[in-house]
Write a protein that binds this ligand. Structure first.
Ligand SMILES: Nc1ncnc2c1ncn2[C@@H]1O[C@H](COP(=O)(O)OP(=O)(O)OP(=O)(O)O)[C@@H](O)[C@H]1O
Ligand SMILES: [Mg+2]
Length: 499
């Protein structure tokens, strides 16, 4: 059915006149001559002079004679601005390099127009093709193994469906052995402790691990032995001067895994490898505060329930091992301060990164799953604050070692441009803030310079996938997680999960 006709424009900015009785929306996909166009703006058009229009309106409003227009549907119309998105040639998607026929008529896209969309290897399902707000029954996949190691950014204003998207992605990755995922979960919303969640996946009992400071019966407890902490894990977590930082490294070099206990029990009056007494005292206080430790009769005592001095579990190595065997690990950090959360996340990520660098060196990387770390409010770790930490390092060079990030954020503009540009897949959900959209658009894999209004008008669960692994920025609708669980899940209580 004819939706409109091309009446002018240039490459990247075609004018389509909407047929009367039809409705073109922002984001709609149109089909003409094997080219898919996407509408990015709408305006009125009229054959009448402005003054005539104003005069007629005046007469109508003020109740003068009948002012109905002859052949109104010919004189007044809606004009849509559209850009070519993809050219389907011999069943293959290409970047469009020509204009569709002048005066040609455009249709709505149909399911059949997307025959060229194939399911890639190691596929990760994201959602279904969306034309404006209409959903087509065409699944959209990316090569998950590649996309995860090249980082995924999920930017959106609050409430637009970031968490829902991550749940849907995690759900689909549970059975996949080609990826290990670490989820740092500050809202304890992914496992589904008291509602539906990833635990309801049919394969979850073998493939999902849940750590919490207060785990349900049978669950793993999130406790870290302080002997596993290394000085570099504290970068960006506690503010230290150069001298204080050096003091930690000096102790580490002398005492290895015992450095923390050694530095905390050191007598400020003593020799202390040449470190000044005041420096030592300050760093001791900062460490005690950051880690909830206290000194009782010359011994280090844990005051909180997260950093402890005695535990049989080797949390960091256990989790690193689980990840490199393709498991999904959720850490409930909802009861922790942000700093403790990032400290633990950093310790595990650091261990995984260290291991993967070694695998690469020994040529063993190809046998390992890609590992990805899901991090909420990503500017906390990727922002400029606190200098370089392991997340910066991974954002910059993780792809070489197949360790990636899934960074969730409301504030992309707080992430340095270079890092944003390194996040090679962006699943962009709705965002009203122009400055945020500009940061995202400016670092996207495709030219999204015309997509500002498109992104602003995205409803909950509607997204634009811009990736170096897709031929064009693909508009999708993400499934609602609850529907996915209803369809594919096995509802269990948390006790059934661990039982
Ligand atoms: N794909 C979707 N389809 C339909 N509704 C959705 C979809 N995604 C999210 N929603 C609705 O929007 C609500 C908010 O979604 P969600 O919690 O995922 O947003 P968020 O971006 O994570 O928000 P916040 O910034 O507060 O964490 C959900 O409770 C759900 O009702
Ligand atoms: Mg959320």
């Amino acid at each position: 059915m004819v939706l409109g006709q091309i009446i002018g424009g240039e490459y990247g900015e075609l004018y389509v006149r909407q047929k009367s009785g039809q409705l073109i929306e922002i984001g709609d996909l149109l089909w003409i001559d094997d080219i898919i166009l996407q509408v990015y703006d709408l305006a009125y058009g009229s054959l009448l002079e402005d003054t005539d229009i104003a005069r007629m309106s005046g007469m109508q409003l003020e109740g003068y004679e009948d002012t109905s227009l002859m052949e109104e549907e010919i004189r007044n119309y809606v004009s849509a601005k559209a850009k070519p998105l993809v050219h389907v040639k011999d069943g293959v998607a290409r970047i469009p390099k020509c204009l569709p026929g002048f005066f040609g008529t455009v249709d709505r896209v149909k399911k059949e127009d997307f025959h060229f969309m194939e399911e890639p290897e190691n596929s990760l399902y994201l959602g279904r093709i969306r034309s404006g707000s209409m959903v087509l029954d065409v699944p959209v996949y990316i090569n998950g193994k590649d996309a995860l190691s090249h980082h995924i950014l999920i930017p959106a204003t609050t409430g637009r469906g970031k968490s829902n998207l991550v749940k849907v992605m995690l759900w689909n990755m549970v059975p996949r052995e080609w990826c290990g995922i670490l989820v740092i979960d500050p809202h304890d919303e992914y496992f589904g402790r008291n509602e539906v969640g990833i635990k309801d996946h049919p394969d979850a009992r073998n493939r999902l691990m849940y750590y919490s400071p207060n785990p349900p019966k049978g669950g793993y407890s999130l406790r870290v032995n302080i002997s596993q902490l290394k000085p570099w894990n504290l970068r960006g977590i506690i503010d230290v001067t150069d001298a204080q930082s050096q003091a930690m490294y000096i102790f580490y070099n002398h005492h290895h895994d015992n450095w923390l206990e050694a530095i905390l029990t050191a007598d400020a009056e003593g020799e202390n490898h040449g470190i000044q007494g005041v420096t030592l005292e300050v760093i001791q206080r900062k460490l005690r505060l950051a880690l909830d430790l206290n000194m009782v009769r010359g011994e280090v005592r844990a005051m909180g329930n997260i950093f402890v001095t005695h535990t049989n579990n080797d949390l960091v190595n256990d989790i690193a091992h689980a990840l490199e065997t393709g498991k999904k690990v959720i850490l409930d950090t909802s009861s922790m301060s942000g700093d403790k959360e990032l400290l633990i996340a950093g310790m595990i990520t650091d261990e995984i990164f260290r291991r993967y660098k070694k695998y690469k060196e020994f040529g063993e990387l190809d046998d390992k799953p890609t590992v990805s770390v899901v991090i909420e409010e990503a500017p906390r770790v990727l922002g400029d604050r606190g200098g370089r930490n392991v997340f910066h390092t991974i954002a910059r060079e993780g792809r070489k070692f197949r360790v990636g990030l899934i960074a969730i954020t409301q504030l992309s503009s707080m992430i340095p441009r270079e890092i944003l540009a390194n996040m090679n897949t962006k699943i962009i959900l709705g965002n009203e803030m122009k400055s945020e959209r500009e940061a995202i658009i400016g670092s996207a894999a495709q030219d999204l310079s015309k997509d500002g209004k498109n992104i602003a008008s995205l409803d909950k669960g509607e997204a634009l996938v811009s990736s170096i692994f897709t031929k064009f920025a693909v508009p999708i609708k993400i499934d609602l997680f609850d529907d996915v669980v209803e369809r594919e899940g096995t509802r269990r209580t948390k006790l059934e999960f661990f039982g």
